[in-house]
Design a protein around this ligand. Structure first.
Ligand code: FES
Ligand SMILES: [Fe+2]
Length: 441
């Protein structure tokens, strides 16, 4: 007979009533929903848009996206302002969209161009507008701004998207849980060691399974985690970046830290955009170059709509049994419940990054609730936004203490170099690293 006193199933109270709505709920009028609405959000791939209007959901709002015959993109409220028919059944016009029911023609800004059979001079044309949001296309992705127009920010272009020689392939994948689970995962570096190197075998580079020193730093845009590993005779410092409110950049997926590199930038730049409280689109670009994928392990053909070239990111890529044997991010995140219940968690030392992300978000959300508009991105001299994600690998063998001080000094240098060009940041960082190492050795 087992010692039954140690079993606590009955005594462990499951309370799902508080789902930390302040930072998880995204609808119009919710604190987090209003915060996310202060930024441009990617919503659809250009390639997905054909000659039919698309019914989509973003931040809990049902919307109709279309491209009219003049090439303009429109994003309108789903239900027609006349008597509510869905504009997903509308007819694409030279300008705007015509509702199928009584032929009202709305422009991409929602103004009423023609009210079907109503007389041309009817005052209805001035009176009625369809809810509409501004859109912007960049790099094969359609972005929208769903916030108040008086707060609309300039469209941000990040420095990792500057280099015209890199190949950027747009993708979108859906995770069936609250957006925060998907977002905060990127500041949970210890899961890479467990989920992606031990639990499921090596899913990414072998080097990612090597023990690491983990640190977290604030940046002007949010935060980075700093992972420092001794991989044989190389020291590898990876920074993975969270850009508020819902963006993330990460380095080469199959980095093996076998050769020296300095300030190597993103292999993906992506946003975690809530569809609603229970579903999330991860949408952005997979980025390719010889340096980012020296062994040619990426697969461009596997990237697009509900498709990405690394394992465990989507619902239907594998059967249930295989996903049990080799779970990936999708399984781990979705199984935390539709909305993870923060009050029932037992956070530990290694959750510092996740706790920090939540804290940063909460601060911004509360500030906005107090009528303080959230900080927007500040452009560097080149008109882009400087970011802080990178990988640096040097040939060196360092003890724990030296590894710690080396990575701290390296990160400080990266933070301080934000106003320089990409090339200068890279060259200076190499010089700086070599100087640091000569002092440490
Ligand atoms: S409901 Fe759309 S035109 Fe009448
Ligand atoms: Fe992961």
């Amino acid at each position: 007979m087992q010692n039954t006193k140690t079993f606590t199933g009955y005594d462990t109270v499951i309370d799902l009533s508080d789902d930390d709505a302040e930072i998880t709920h995204v609808g119009r009028g919710t604190p987090c929903g209003e915060y996310l609405r202060r930024y441009w959000q990617p919503i659809y791939l250009e390639d997905q848009l054909d000659d039919l209007p698309k019914l989509i959901k973003v931040l809990g709002e049902e919307l109709v996206l279309f491209r009219d015959k003049s090439g303009d993109t429109g994003l309108l409220h789903k239900h027609c302002a006349h008597r509510g028919a869905s504009l997903e059944y509308g007819i694409i016009a030279d300008h705007g969209l015509v509702c199928c029911y009584h032929g009202w023609n709305f422009a991409v800004d929602g103004s009423l161009i023609k009210a079907g059979s109503e007389p041309e001079n009817s005052p209805i044309h001035k009176k009625v507008v369809q809810g509409a949001y501004p859109t912007h296309e960049f790099g094969g992705i359609i972005f929208a701004y769903l916030g108040p127009t008086e707060s609309i920010p300039a469209f941000p272009v990040f420095d990792t998207l500057e280099d015209k020689n890199l190949e950027r392939i747009p993708f979108v994948v859906t995770t069936h849980c609250n957006w925060l689970q998907v977002f905060e995962n990127t500041q949970d570096p210890i899961h890479v060691l467990h989920l992606h190197a031990r639990s499921s075998g090596v899913q990414f580079g072998v080097a990612s399974g090597v023990d690491q020193i983990i640190d977290y730093e604030n940046t002007p845009l949010g935060m980075i985690n700093v992972q420092t590993r001794q991989v044989e005779d190389h020291v590898w410092v990876r920074t993975t970046e969270t850009i508020l409110p819902n963006m993330n950049q990460g380095g080469a997926i199959w980095e093996e830290a076998e050769s020296e590199k300095f300030f190597q930038r993103s292999a993906f730049t992506r946003w975690m955009v809530p569809v609603d409280n229970f579903e999330t689109m991860t949408i952005g670009w997979r980025i390719f170059s010889k340096e980012l994928d020296p062994r040619d392990q990426g697969d461009r053909k596997k990237i697009g709509v509900e498709a990405i070239d690394f394992v465990g990111q989507t619902k239907d890529e594998r059967g249930y049994e295989e996903s049990q044997r080799y779970p990936g991010d999708y399984e781990a995140q979705v199984s935390q419940r539709p909305i993870a219940i923060h009050k029932m968690e037992n956070p530990a030392m290694s959750d510092r990054g996740v706790m920090k992300v939540r804290r940063l978000l909460r601060n911004q959300i509360r500030a906005l609730k107090g009528k303080q508009e959230p900080s927007q991105y500040i452009q560097n001299g080149r008109g882009t936004i400087s970011t802080y994600q990178q990988d640096t690998v040097v040939r060196a063998v360092l003890d724990e203490e030296n590894k710690q001080s080396y990575s701290k000094a390296l990160v400080k240098h990266i933070l301080n170099s934000k106003d320089e060009t990409e090339e200068k940041r890279r060259v200076d960082l190499e010089l700086h690293c070599r100087e640091l190492l000569s002092k440490l050795n």
